[in-house]
Design a protein around this ligand. Structure first.
Ligand SMILES: Nc1ncnc2c1ncn2[C@@H]1O[C@H](COP(=O)(O)OP(=O)(O)OP(=O)(O)O)[C@@H](O)[C@H]1O
Ligand SMILES: O=C(O)C1=C[C@@H](O)[C@@H](O)[C@H](O)C1
Ligand SMILES: [Mg+2]
Length: 188
């Protein structure tokens, strides 16, 4: 067995996962502010490093290349940084390597939102999410359902259906401070 240096819990990065549009970016920023931590949004990091919008990376290089860049960006940040709040892109947790690096080094919080509430947000997000382009609503629902299995690997889940972003952020801060519902997920 390889020797792994334990990261003290209070220094671990807090990573937010969940389907696109559930609020990872919005809520991650709020949580970071409340905990006096720096905030890192992986989509923003990628756009900064590549000097391109994500939708242009998709159209110029394709999704496979985007996923490679995404995987490397997350891996570097999750292993090198401490005490950050990190919001992932909605598809990142589909990659096993991303799940492993996050669950080994960070506290992973799943932002859960029902399909019915999610549908109401579609107009807000569709333009900048190429994965949703050219899909019918039924196909989006299939993708939503297909991704839930990967999101089930987390250390804690927050049901966000009836909460505004500020309330979700407050709930997360309380959860972390009081150690509510933080558990180890089953291995893949
Ligand atoms: N709890 C909430 N209640 C209502 N609206 C919200 C809530 N959280 C986020 N929103 C709104 O939903 C939209 C999408 O939020 P956001 O960009 O934070 O999602 P995301 O999870 O980061 O998506 P992606 O995976 O694509 O990066 C924004 O317009 C945001 O204002
Ligand atoms: O859910 C997805 O597959 C994506 C979500 C966004 O955050 C971006 O990472 C990108 O648009 C892909
Ligand atoms: Mg986001």
């Amino acid at each position: 067995m390889s020797y792994m240096r334990q990261i003290p819990v209070r220094e671990k990065n807090i990573v937010l996962i969940g389907f696109m549009g559930v609020g990872k970016t919005t809520i991650g920023q709020l949580v970071a502010k409340k905990l006096y931590r720096d905030f890192i949004d992986i989509d923003v990091e990628i756009e900064k490093n590549e000097k391109m919008l994500i939708k242009d990376i998709f159209s110029k290089y394709g999704e496979k290349e985007f996923r490679r860049i995404e995987r490397e960006t997350i891996s570097d940040i999750c292993q090198a940084k401490r005490c950050k709040v990190v919001s992932l892109g909605g598809g990142a947790f589909q990659q096993e390597e991303v799940r492993n690096v996050c669950l080994e080094n960070c506290i992973v919080l799943f932002l859960d939102l029902s399909w019915d509430r999610w549908k109401e947000r579609l107009d807000l997000i569709i333009e900048s999410r190429p994965v949703l382009h050219n899909r019918t609503l039924e196909e989006m629902q299939e993708l939503f359902n297909a991704r839930q299995d990967a999101y089930s690997k987390h250390n804690s889940r927050v049901q966000t259906d009836n909460l505004v972003a500020e309330e979700v952020a407050d709930y997360i801060v309380e959860t972390l401070k009081l150690g509510w519902d933080i558990y180890q997920p089953q291995k893949d």
